[in-house]
Write a new protein. Structure first.
Length: 423
């Protein structure tokens, strides 16, 4: 038994208090599975069953990658430009104000924006749109209206919010990609986002019914295979937890709402590291792996100076030797301790899936880090570099005046994902 196999078995053993269960998969550019493992159980309840490879996970913010791909397909078809204002398609955002407070949220002030929000802003979390439960100004704004967080409402209810900064002049995690999902729908005759994904993402990568869904209540066969959420309490115990994303939602949230098998997601990852892709043109995938923001922020401490943001996730712009993370690795995660990574140069990708909250809790972080180090060091080490590379370039988001170095000063949220992938 390898060291990681021992760690995995111990972490997910019956009656333990680490992780109820996980599904792990690594895949190459030809769609070949390099590594797959299930370990543990599908809940912390007394009647828990062994977790299975076809278990259904609420993948939370992993959904953002799928919606980003859909939006980029619309760009390829000439339906919208990355640098184009979104106000014609999203009139809800026209006239958005920048919120501030001179006295720590006691008094709220508003200012007009000088620039329009673009699709690129939405896809890179640089629009100024936050989550209304995650930022004190948003909490104060909701309270000033006699409201609470509307994260579980429709996309317009949840994300028609004041901006935290001028579009392109900062970075904050929020509902930009949820709005990008609305753009995809409105550019395609108001098709449901789920149907768009079926036709343009899941089928092209070879997936078959039942397809990933936003609404498990319509798919009892999938709901029966759902891996249940476990919550780490303050005393360290694991208890049945609240699933943050409803099984019968009010809307299709392109930033958080999908439920699927791990193999659904890794089929997409395999396409993104392939030499011949089905989902996007090669030049579009090159853009996904290209840094979107200027370097130079003091907010990112070493070795995080190697971190930027691509189209679809966090991007490592340097080879981090000590933990063997290759340059131009794209990665992101999901609320319930899910993390994925993809490297086009190496032609490999991997995903760790569980359903443990809160995100970033120590035992999940430890096992996630162990898995990705094991995958990179022992599984993917056989894959050589492709020579000259794909010519990734700093994107014109920064050279056309739409953002500046201050954009990286907001990247503190990246540290959680940095830790999870082993930096």
């Amino acid at each position: 038994m390898t060291n990681f196999a021992s760690i995995l078995a111990e972490s997910t053993k019956k009656g333990g208090n680490d992780i109820p269960g996980v599904v792990l998969q690594g895949i190459d550019k030809k769609g070949k599975t390099l590594y797959v493992e299930t370990s543990g159980f599908n809940s912390v309840e007394s009647d828990a069953e062994p977790i299975k490879q076809d278990g259904i996970f609420k993948v939370a913010s992993c959904t953002k990658l799928i919606t980003t791909i859909a939006a980029l397909q619309c760009v390829e078809r000439g339906l919208i430009g990355l640098g184009e204002s979104v106000y014609k398609l999203l009139p809800e955002l026209a006239g958005s104000k920048i919120i501030s407070s001179p006295d720590n949220s006691k008094t709220l002030e508003y200012a007009d924006t000088k620039k329009a929000i673009t699709l690129r802003h939405l896809l890179t979390h640089s629009s100024g749109i936050s989550y209304d439960a995650n930022h004190p100004l948003m909490v104060a704004w909701r309270a000033s209206r006699g409201e609470r967080s509307m994260m579980n409402g429709t996309v317009p209810q949840a994300f028609t919010l004041p901006l935290l900064f001028e579009p392109g002049k900062g970075w904050v995690y929020g509902g930009g990609i949820d709005w990008a999902g609305y753009i995809v729908k409105r550019l395609n005759n108001n098709i449901t986002l789920e149907q768009y994904f079926i036709d343009n993402i899941w089928k092209p990568v070879g997936r078959t019914s039942p397809f990933p869904t936003f609404d498990l209540s319509r798919h009892p066969y999938m709901k029966a295979r759902l891996v249940k959420t476990a919550e780490r309490r303050e005393n360290g115990s694991l208890e049945p937890g609240y699933a943050a994303f409803a099984e019968s939602p009010k809307d299709e949230h392109g930033g958080s709402g999908l439920a699927m098998e791990v193999s659904d997601f890794t089929a997409v990852l395999a396409d993104l590291v392939s030499d011949s892709t089905n989902l996007l043109k090669p030049e579009t995938i090159t853009a996904m792996y290209s840094p979107q923001f200027l370097p130079g922020s003091a907010a990112l401490k070493a070795p995080a100076d190697s971190v930027n943001f691509g189209l679809g996730g966090l991007l490592l712009t340097k080879h981090v030797v000590d933990v063997n993370i290759p340059q131009f690795t794209l990665a992101w995660g999901g609320y319930s301790s899910l993390v994925w990574m993809a490297n086009r140069e190496k032609g490999v990708a991997a995903m760790y899936a569980s359903q443990v909250v809160p995100p970033g809790e120590a035992k999940s972080t430890s096992l996630i880090t162990s898995f990705f180090i094991h995958f990179r060091t022992n599984i993917a080490k056989q894959f050589a570099w492709h020579g000259a590379g794909f010519g990734y370039q700093l994107n014109d988001l920064c050279s056309d005046g739409q953002c500046d170095k201050s954009v990286l000063q907001q990247f503190t949220e990246f540290h959680e994902i940095i830790c999870l992938i082993g930096l």
